[in-house]
Ligand binder design. Sequence first.
Ligand code: DAH
Length: 340
Amino acid sequence: MKEALQQILEDAKKRLQEAQSLQEAEDVRVKMLGKKGQLTSILKSMGGLSPEERKELGMQANKAKGEIEAMLNRTFEQLKEKAQEAKFKAEKIDVTEPGKEFKLGTKHPVTITIEEISKVFKSMGFTLVEGPEVETVYNNFDALNAGPNHPARDWTDTFYINDDVLLRTQTSPVQVRTLKSQKPPIRVFAPGRCFRCDTPDATHSPMFHQVEGLVVDEGITMADLKGVLDSFAKQMFGEETRTKFRPHHFPFTEPSAEMDVSCFKCGGKGCRVCKGSGWIEILGCGMVHPSVLKVGGIDTEKYTGFAFGMGVERVAMLKHEIDDIRLLYENDMRFIEQFK
Ligand code: DAH
């Protein structure tokens, strides 16, 4: 038994010297002094010895126990200190070190343009509304007078989810939703994403943005349309901007027009931006077709309205003379940062 005690003591000493972590030291404690530990089992087995032997061995065992405990304490202390030192080292702060540069992003030019357009329409009493990018075929086409044979409905032009659901090709379905959910007087604008099956090139992207507008009230005429959109053009492109309305066709407006603004780059003389014409086409518009008003259950004898829709990327590209729409989607900070 004596030899066994000696062995335990030496064993404990060796293991504790080698211990690298508090857990390893704790393992030694359990192995030697724990309930089922080696020393503990020696103490337990002393019952069968004679009183003298028991006394002698008991003393030795307790002495060994004391020594192991002292060694354990020391080892725990040392290891704790070591851990603390390592922690301090890892957390050391060099107050003289230059700070890390936090790169703040900038607003995307498309966002900036939407905000500029929104600001103008808000100032004229318009309220922002939104519609989903995943729309019903009905809201995107049928309700807007684009019947089953309308060319824009072709599956090569539009992203269909199924026969009844698609990615909206325009923000105009927000008109339908608004007419169904609001009563006149209505004065809303709706910015948002649109999708068309276009192969990307300098002027086309399968995803782009539009801002839609809709006004419905008693006695609304083409003069209101022209007044509002002319005012918008002046606020957006400069006080000296002139506007021109050309007849056009949209299924959901009658009459329909496209609005051109005098070139804000050359003032109308003709330049690269306006392709020499002095005018820039900026949006589509018209008086809301009675059959669209009827979809919303609006009394067409009492109410009339006008609507408009413009491409955000187009406005942004013209304003900032960006010659390729794809630059807007590459998210190269060197490009985006220029529009702060
Ligand atoms: N939705 C049309 C397009 O994508 C643009 C448009 C034209 C919207 C006339 C209108 C409008 O609200 O009245 O080409």
